[in-house]
Design a protein around this ligand. Structure first.
Ligand SMILES: NC(=O)c1ccc[n+]([C@@H]2O[C@H](COP(=O)([O-])OP(=O)(O)OC[C@H]3O[C@@H](n4cnc5c(N)ncnc54)[C@H](OP(=O)(O)O)[C@@H]3O)[C@@H](O)[C@H]2O)c1
Length: 292
């Protein structure tokens, strides 16, 4: 798989792909490549103006729809209004180490936007996604712990640890989703991908010393960073539960390869517990139907 590039994305004619956070960074890059390969890309973005400006630069079939992952009523509206089945859902949108603050539903922002919003979105669409769900995580999931105090209500907020918790939640979610899809007899698979370190708006926004230390070196281009996501979204026959990341030193940069996430992220009991809490917090219960 090493050396795999955007040119290796198979013809996407006839496929419909949802990309969340498609107006910026990795989401914009994935949109450009998938639309260029003839997919229809539904750009699910919180600011339709920004998304349309981005769509105008894309050579291919795109449609902008509003989705604010920081507001479950927006997530429900997006799902209710969606008038098509989709082949691939790419849960890409996210905030990187957002400061203390709450979503519309009172969740801490990192866990709310990066995990609970996408959890609800995927649950509401699960029987309409035919092929695969891709969840974008980060190498920083390694520093994450799923806390009893998921929303940082009882301790001093530490934004990088809150981010790491949310990215660990992404991998636990991707694995638990795969187990549940398989148990329900759905043909859809769940996979996860991380970009290494990529110079996107989100990555550049953080000028703190802590952010620079955690980054640990220069970032690769968004084009390179998007490759693991594109591989996870388009490589034929990918096995459910696979994690994809860059093949370079410490998975910071390089071409897509299958990677092994942290031990905690492979803990099935932890994943099942997080799933239950996520259903309770969002009010979205997954009711999967077998693929006919
Ligand atoms: N760049 C890296 O080095 C790196 C490393 C590891 C993981 N990641 C992951 O990669 C993903 C994409 O990040 P990026 O680097 O491409 O950053 P980015 O350029 O900031 O893009 C993030 C996207 O998410 C959207 N978003 C943020 N909050 C949202 C909300 N409440 N509802 C809907 N959309 C929302 C943003 O919309 P606006 O433009 O409106 O803000 C933007 O489109 C994230 O999940 C991030 O954790 C990135």
């Amino acid at each position: 798989m090493t050396g795999w590039t955007a040119r290796d994305v198979p013809d996407q004619r006839g496929r419909v792909v949802i990309v969340t956070g498609a107006n910026s960074g990795l989401g914009a890059e994935a949109t450009r490549v998938l639309a260029g390969a003839r997919a229809k890309v539904i750009m699910a973005c919180r600011d339709p103006g920004k998304a349309r400006a981005m769509a105008d630069t894309v050579d291919g079939d795109t449609e902008v729809r509003r989705l604010d992952l920081a507001d479950l009523s927006s997530v429900r509206r997006f799902a209710d209004d969606l008038d098509t089945e989709v082949d691939v859902l790419i849960n890409n949108a996210g905030v990187i180490a957002a400061p203390k603050g709450s979503t519309a539903d009172g969740f801490e922002q990192n866990i709310g936007i990066n995990h609970l919003g996408p959890f609800a979105l995927t649950g509401l669409l699960v029987n309409r996604v035919r092929n695969r769900v891709v969840t974008v995580y980060s190498g920083l999931h390694m520093l994450g712990r799923i806390r009893d105090d998921l929303n940082w209500e009882r301790r001093r907020h530490q934004r990088w640890l809150a981010y790491a918790q949310s990215k660990l939640a992404n991998v636990l979610f991707a694995h638990e989703l795969q187990r549940r899809l398989a148990a329900a007899g759905r043909g859809t698979v769940s996979v996860a991908a991380h970009p290494g370190l990529a110079a996107t708006e989100g990555q550049r926004r953080d000028a703190s010393l802590q952010g620079k230390l955690l980054a640990g070196g220069p970032a690769q281009s968004p084009e390179m960073g998007a490759l693991p996501v594109l591989y996870a979204a388009s490589a034929p026959g990918i096995v459910g539960g696979t994690c994809v990341g860059p093949d370079g030193f410490m998975q910071r940069s390089g071409y897509p390869t299958v990677v092994r996430p942290s031990r905690a992220s492979r803990d099935a009991a932890l994943a099942a517990g997080l799933w239950e809490r996520s259903e309770l917090l969002t009010g979205v219960r997954y009711a999967m139907e077998p693929t006919r």
